[in-house]
Design a protein. Structure first.
Length: 163
């Protein structure tokens, strides 16, 4: 029967660490994009507020001063909508990268698991065919469950994105 070698354990640990740092880097990239967007929005808001105050101070009569807020409400709504859309794009992009990485990682895990079961079957002692068949059956059931869950998750994400 085959057992894991120290090199295989080290390789598995190294792959886990690399995966963790890959996810962490993607998360930081998303946060970095959100911070940049917020800085840009903050600078724009500051400049717009300065412009509004300048207009308010230079208003010649009260009617001009009272008309100022009404003229600003439409651009503010458009800017809030654009900001929300940009946040959604950033978050969706990071989520898509996470999903892609997780899918690739699971597919590699499936291949590794299948190779392990095949290696186990090759090196199994006589009379263990039933146990090997059970392993294969469990592995197949796990893969089918993953595929169903993955399909449902993709449909959920598509429905949420369409809303």
């Amino acid at each position: 029967m085959s057992t894991l070698t120290p090199q295989q354990l080290v390789a598995a640990q190294q792959a886990g660490v690399e995966t963790f740092f890959g996810f962490a880097n993607k998360a930081f990239e998303g946060v970095e994009k959100l911070v940049a967007l917020n800085m840009q929005a903050g600078k724009a808001t500051l400049a717009e507020n300065q412009e509004i105050l300048t207009k308010a101070f230079s208003a010649g009569n009260p009617s001009e001063l009272f008309a100022l807020p009404a003229s600003l409400s439409q651009p503010v709504a458009e800017k809030v909508t654009a900001y929300g859309r940009q946040v959604h794009e950033i978050v969706s992009g990071v989520q898509g990268e996470f999903l892609k990485s997780a899918t690739e990682m699971f597919q590699q895990s499936q291949r590794d698991g299948q190779a392990f079961v095949e290696n186990l079957a090759k090196n199994a002692p006589a009379g263990s065919e039933g146990a090997i068949a059970a392993w294969n059956s469990a592995f197949s059931a796990m893969n089918a469950t993953y595929e169903s869950a993955n399909k449902a998750a993709k449909q959920l994400v598509a429905t949420a994105s369409a809303a």
